[in-house]
Design a protein around this ligand. Structure first.
Ligand code: DGP
Length: 210
């Protein structure tokens, strides 16, 4: 019998919501329970496109909003063959940000419609589960100062949060909102429960497309 496919699980949220910590803990928990799992993150700054994105985020280069939006999307597309291969091999992928960050961050800039922002990611593998780590911008600010990167300003993060709210109205995506103000272990417990459920369901379903 062919091996069952892995699930594509995405963690989203504004900066400082705890996505990276929770991705790492989830991968470890899934492995302990016998599910092959690996972490990925977007942007993947190791590729040629990723290096261009990284320079932009670090304010070392200037690019138009349209250009950088397409680069972020291209960075996801260049990893699609690997994503599909891993899932087919039965590995569950836990992904730190995906197309939803792409749309939320660009559409938070003046002059960018949600419709325009969504187009480059149409056709990407559709996540089986999107966990949205909900944390108010005020609580995020209490977790320490933002760094020096381009988007790390409270006012911009508020606008991003607002765009995520619009995206969560899309019922064709399996969103689960997680209260990221809880302690790390309680957040982890919620996330693990939803993920195990998604892995079971995904086994019997074909991978969808955004
Ligand atoms: P991170 O490496 O997760 O800290 O992400 C870097 C920054 O880039 C963060 O402020 C969120 C933003 N970002 C992530 N993905 C995208 C995207 O696809 N498009 C845009 N415009 N920004 C993104």
């Amino acid at each position: 019998m062919a091996c069952k496919r892995g699930a594509l699980i995405v963690l989203e949220g504004v900066d400082k919501a705890g996505k990276t910590t929770q991705c790492q803990k989830l991968v470890q928990a899934l492995r302990r329970k016998g599910h092959p799992a690996e972490m990925m993150r977007f942007p993947d700054r190791t590729t040629t496109i990723g290096k261009m994105i990284s320079a932009y985020l670090e304010n070392q280069s200037e690019l138009s909003g349209q250009t950088v939006h397409l680069l972020f999307s291209a960075n996801r597309w260049e990893l699609v063959p690997l994503i599909k291969k891993k899932l087919e091999q039965g590995t569950t992928l836990v992904v730190d940000r995906y197309a939803f960050s792409g749309v939320a961050f660009t559409s938070a800039k003046p002059g960018f419609s949600l419709h325009w922002c969504k187009q480059p990611d149409v056709g990407l593998p559709k996540p089986d589960l999107v966990l949205f780590l909900q944390l108010s911008p005020a609580e995020a600010a209490l977790r320490g100062h933002f760094g020096m990167e381009r988007y790390e300003k409270s006012s911009f993060q508020c606008a991003v949060q607002q765009q995520f709210k619009h995206l969560m109205e899309d019922e064709t995506v399996n969103w689960k909102v997680i209260d990221a103000s809880m302690n790390v272990e309680d957040v982890h417990k919620d996330i693990t429960e939803h993920s195990l459920n998604a892995i079971n369901i995904a086994q019997n379903l074909p991978l969808g497309e955004l």
